[in-house]
Write a protein that binds this ligand. Sequence first.
Ligand code: MG
Ligand code: ZN
Length: 222
Amino acid sequence: MKIKVVESVLKANDAVARENRKRLDAAGVLAINLMSAPGSGKTLLLEKTIPALAPRRCAVLVGDLQTTRDAERLGSVATQVTQINTGTGCHLTATQVAEGLDGLELEGMDYLFVENVGNMVCPAAFDLGEHRRVALLSVPEGDDKVAKYPTLFQAADAIVLTKVDLLGVLDYERQRVYEDLSRINTRAPLLELSSKTGQGLEGWLTWVQQQRQRLCPSRSPG
Ligand code: MG
Ligand code: ZN
């Protein structure tokens, strides 16, 4: 019985997600959903990514339980930013994203970045209508996260290892991450970067731009 309830919640969510995707497709906007634990560097990565994609125009939906801090940080780089406060909700739902989209002017946008609530468990279960899912993990979190939270990494189209400038400081066995990923997800690239030093950002930006070219081949590249 309980399982049926959960399934119907997810079914309803997926129907809204499909509508979101249609709206984004119609506007020619590539939507990327960023998921990770709190503090792994989603907001900072967006702060570095969005200016580097110029003249492409980016909108951002930011999910957090409380505060507008991340939206304030991103307000100076993105064309449009909306903060979604989930209260006690530990993930974004397609309905919340639909409401967020209502408040955005999608025409003329090239990218929509959705910064999910910091949480390695349930965001992966909720389709938001995004085109691509990115799972982040940071060096300070430890090298066992892929093995411990496989659902997040299984569903990802790209995996970003952040804060690699700390690799020499912390005991971190990168090889463990690659090995764990080889068991659960062999199609997503693992992109190593440091938003702080800029190391590896180029590879990430290339991946982002390629996704948009694939989705909207008729539009100009990038
Ligand atoms: Mg953030
Ligand atoms: Zn949740």
